[in-house]
Write a protein that binds this ligand. Structure first.
Ligand code: FAD
Length: 349
C-alpha cells in the first residue's frame, strides 16, 4: 500500500472480470464507483479476494471455468462446496461454580486436536475426518448469552429466575469439525433472487453429509465423556442433524466451491476435503487453515467453543442420545450483498 502506484478505491463494487478473446486469461474488471459510474480497470493480475462464496459467484458472472452440474458430476465452478460441522458438544451447568463470562476473551479458549482429522484411530469408526474439541469463556453478552436449563419456560418469571441463576454458571465443551464434499452439495446462480444490479445471487445447495453427521455424533460423545468428569449439575449434549437451515447461526466458515488445478474439466475428480478445496486458501487470509481448526468460541449461548449449525441440545437425563439423521434433501439459501429480495431458504422453526 506504500507503493506510489497503489490506489485504494473504496465504495466500489466489481461487477465482472473481463476476459481476453481466448477466454482463458483476464484483462480487466468492470466496477461501479460510489457515484454509480461504471468503469473498466485494465490489469495484468487480478486477484479474487471477495470471500470464497463471492469469488465463486464472480466466476459464474464472468463466465470463468466450467459450471458444475450435479446431475452429471461435470464442471468445476460451484463444485465441492463444504462447510464446517459443528453443532455438537456438551453444555454443563453448575451450582457451585462461577465463570464470570462478562470478563471472558476469545484467547481464553483451549482446543485439543486428539480427535481431529486423522490424529486418531478410525479403524472401528464409520466416518472419515474429525474435530477439534475446545472450551473457553469468550463472552457474556447479555442478549445472546442467556443459557437456561432444559425445560425452562421461554418467558415470564420462571425464565427470569432461571436466567439469573444460570448466567455465569455455564460452560461448554464443543467440537469444530471437518466437512467433506458430496455430489449434491454445490453452488450455482440463483434463478430467482437478484442483487441491486439485477444480477443473480449465489445459491447454496447444502445438507450435512451422512459421514459428517456420524463424525459429529461421535465427537459429541467424546465431549460428553470429558464433561462427565467435571460433575456438572445438568449436562446436555448437542447433535447436528439433517435439514440444514441457513437461518440460525451455524458457522461463517464456508469452504470449497471451486475446484482448483491445472485442468479445467471434470476429470479432476478426486475427493477434496474442506481444507483443500477452499478457494480462500489462495485468496484469503485463512491460508491453509482447515475448517475444523477455526475456533469460534464467542457465541452459542454460553456453550463456549460450540458451533451452532442447527445444533440440537437435548438433556441427557431424558435419555436423548439419539438424533434424527433422516431426510436427505439439500437445503438452499441465496447469498449476496445488496440483495433486495433477501434470503431464499426454507425456515425450519
Ligand atoms: C460474524 C462472523 C464471525 C466470525 N468469527 C470467526 C472466528 O471467530 N474465527 C475465525 O477464524 N473466523 C471467523 N469468521 C470467518 C472469517 O472472518 C472469514 O473466514 C474471513 O474474514 C475471510 O476472509 P476473506 O479475506 O476471504 O474475506 P472477507 O474478509 O469477507 O473480505 C472480502 C472483502 O471483499 C469485498 N468484496 C466482495 N465482493 C466484492 C466485489 N464484487 N467488489 C468489491 N469488493 C468486494 C468485501 O466487501 C470484503 O471487504 C467469522 C466471520 C463472520 C462473518
Amino acid at each position: 500500500m506504500r507503493n506510489p502506484n497503489f490506489e485504494l478505491r473504496t465504495e466500489s463494487e466489481v461487477l465482472k472480470i473481463n476476459l481476453h478473446p481466448d477466454g482463458k486469461t483476464a484483462k480487466s474488471v468492470t466496477y461501479i464507483d460510489d457515484a454509480g459510474t461504471e468503469c473498466e480497470q485494465p490489469a495484468d493480475i487480478i486477484l479474487l479476494c471477495g470471500y470464497g462464496l463471492m469469488n465463486v459467484r464472480m466466476m459464474f458472472l464472468s463466465g470463468i471455468g466450467a459450471p458444475y452440474d450435479p446431475k452429471t458430476g461435470k464442471g468445476v465452478v460451484g463444485r465441492n462446496y463444504c462447510y464446517q460441522t459443528g453443532g455438537g458438544g456438551a453444555q454443563l451447568i453448575f451450582d457451585d461454580k462461577k465463570f464470570n463470562p462478562f470478563v471472558g476473551a476469545g484467547a481464553l479458549s483451549t482446543s485439543a486436536h486428539d480427535f481431529n482429522a486423522d490424529a486418531f484411530d478410525h479403524s472401528n469408526l464409520d466416518f472419515v475426518g474429525g474435530a477439534t474439541i475446545g472450551s473457553g469463556e469468550s463472552n457474556g453478552r447479555p442478549i445472546t448469552n442467556r443459557p437456561t436449563p432444559p425445560g425452562t419456560p421461554r418467558w415470564g418469571s420462571k425464565w427470569k429466575e432461571a436466567t439469573a441463576k444460570t448466567y455465569g454458571r455455564v460452560m461448554g465443551i464443543g467440537g469444530s469439525g471437518s466437512s467433506y464434499p458430496i455430489r449434491g452439495n454445490y453452488l450455482d446462480l440463483d434463478p430467482t433472487y437478484t442483487d441491486r444490479h439485477g444480477r443473480p445471487l449465489l445459491r447454496i445447495t447444502f445438507d450435512f453429509p451422512d459421514n459428517d453427521i456420524r463424525m459429529q455424533q461421535w465427537v459429541s460423545k467424546q465431549c460428553e465423556k470429558i464433561a462427565r468428569t467435571l460433575n456438572p449439575k445438568i449436562l446436555t449434549v448437542g447433535s447436528v442433524r439433517k435439514d440444514w437451515n441457513s437461518v440460525p447461526y451455524g458457522t461463517t466458515h464456508n469452504t470449497g466451491g471451486a475446484v482448483m488445478g491445472g485442468r479445467s474439466d471434470h476429470q479432476r475428480g478426486e475427493q477434496i476435503s474442506a481444507e483443500l478445496g477452499c478457494f480462500q486458501c489462495v485468496c484469503g487470509r485463512r491460508f491453509g487453515l482447515p475448517a475444523e481448526r477455526r475456533p469460534e468460541s464467542h457465541r452459542h449461548r454460553g456453550r463456549a467453543g460450540l458451533l451452532g449449525s442447527g445444533g440440537d441440545p437435548r438433556p441427557l437425563y431424558e435419555g436423548a442420545g439419539t438424533v434424527d439423521v433422516d431426510g436427505a434433501t439439500g437445503r438452499r439459501a441465496a447469498a449476496g450483498f445488496g440483495s433486495k429480495k433477501g434470503i431464499g431458504s426454507r425456515v425450519t422453526p
